[in-house]
Design a protein around this ligand. Sequence first.
Ligand SMILES: [Zn+2]
Length: 445
Amino acid sequence: MRFVRLVALTLVLLGAWSRTDTAPSRSTPMNQIAESYVKLALAAGRHDGDFVDAYYGPPEWKAEADSTTVPLAEIEQRATALIAQLGEPLDAQLGESAGADTAEATQLRLRHAYLRKQLAAMVARVKMLQGTKVSFDDEALALYDASPPTNTEHHFQEIVARLDKSLPGSGPVPARYVSYRNRFVIPAAKVDTVFKTAIAACKERTAKHVTLPPGESFVVEYVKDKPWSGYNWYKGDFHSVIQVNTSLPIYIDRAVDLACHEGYPGHHVYNALIEKNLVRDRGWMEFSIYPLFSPQSLIAEGSANYGIDIAFPGEQRSAYERDTLFPLAGLPADEADEYYRIQGLVRELSYAGNEAARRYLNGEIDAAAAAAWLQQYALMSPAVAEQRVKFFDKYRSYVINYNYGQDLVREYVERAAGPNATPDQRWSVFAALLASPRLPSGLAQ
Ligand SMILES: [Zn+2]
């Protein structure tokens, strides 16, 4: 009985009753802390133009934030006070009822833990903006709630040696790979057609498994001179602007990558499901803002990358690209299988980028050495390596969210769905993850 009463009390305290409400949400302690968190994030955004990646909460909160500048030290102090107000992890507050394993109790625990970690990340970022220097790994833990693996140079040398045997032609692997890959660039005049075809395929596959909010939509824009290759700007009301950077050549395999990652079932779907399930249905306003330098980014980037494998499991991806996208781009479909075999090997070098960022941001190597490392072990062309170092300058340890995030999300989905899961069962776990406030450290549980 005590168990039931405690859970019921907690549900009331945490505002679970607002579930069927539309905004504005009822004033409960948790909802009040959530509102303060959103306003503090907007205030931090006044100091750091990249801090707020998306906001679609009440316009008056934004107008209020824009009308004044809260000093960084005060933002830090207020965020720290909100963490204290949240108190102990919810499990401790629940006492012996912590074992309650109803879906609703799980969501409430996740909400509480999520707010604590998001606020802690805000404190860490605001300290950095005030001049605090942190190592790559301390920053990754403080901002993204994760401890990425470290790899030796020898590890990457071994993978490059294996590539040496598989790659056509002769000479050093980095230059040989760059010239080989250049045969698979989408001609500029066909980029839009190929990209929109890939988006339609990703959407079709996603819509079979995920209930997309009604009226969801996006527009595609082509831009130049950005430190990233693609970006999803979520605008609220289930609408996104997807930007594709055309400054550098776009390889054929990037079409499905970008279409799934930025669109379906990646960022566009993730943001739309969060808006539908958490903001509109529950009135949890903390989700109406997406602070870029926070644990939410690991879930967002990791799920957007793993979403490619979910939408195109196994051989389906290379088959689709060979049979549909290669002909559309006017590329040699008979070379597609070898191309994807080689791409599979190159993917094993993904963590070489993290290593370059770690050494560069820790001050062990300079920008030129970081670019050289990226060419040597991540097999980037000189231009792509230079773009990537600019990404390190701007986004720092954010790089871990892509590959380590993908690995954490994959392990979570495969473990939760079970070893013999069907693709449908994996989709189901994946879709539930997209619609819940799960933290990176919570993926391991
Ligand atoms: Zn992304």
